[in-house]
Design a protein around this ligand. Sequence first.
Ligand SMILES: [Zn+2]
Length: 144
Amino acid sequence: MENRLVVHTARLDQEGETLEGEVDIIDLDEEFVKPFGGVRYRLTAQLFGTELLVRGRLEQDFDLVCSRCGKDFDTTVKVDDFTFSAAVEENQQEVDLTADARESIILTLPTYPVCDEACPGIEQKADDKPHFDDRWGALDGLKV
Ligand SMILES: [Zn+2]
């Protein structure tokens, strides 16, 4: 897999060109954030004079750790509105979007990932006795 996201500008015009593929550009190796596979992209690149405009979608699969229950789960981080623009020099053959695409994905990672919106948090251990309100026990002990 390529490890750069590059737009070749030589044959671009205002009509634009659709770019699709997968590139290996997220080199995080954190204990709680593990990417797998590459960044899938579907972008439209247009050249207006010397101005390159690129818009589209990015997706990356991650293995994350739930901030409530601590379990691993897989999720796909999606950037629906990735936008990049840059001035292109006259003899410039390509523009490298790698750093911008990487940053967009990382900024879209959830700060407090949850495996499920309904995740109840850390499960009680099987041998934990259900917790009763002691005040009811006190009522049982009353001698009337
Ligand atoms: Zn969870």
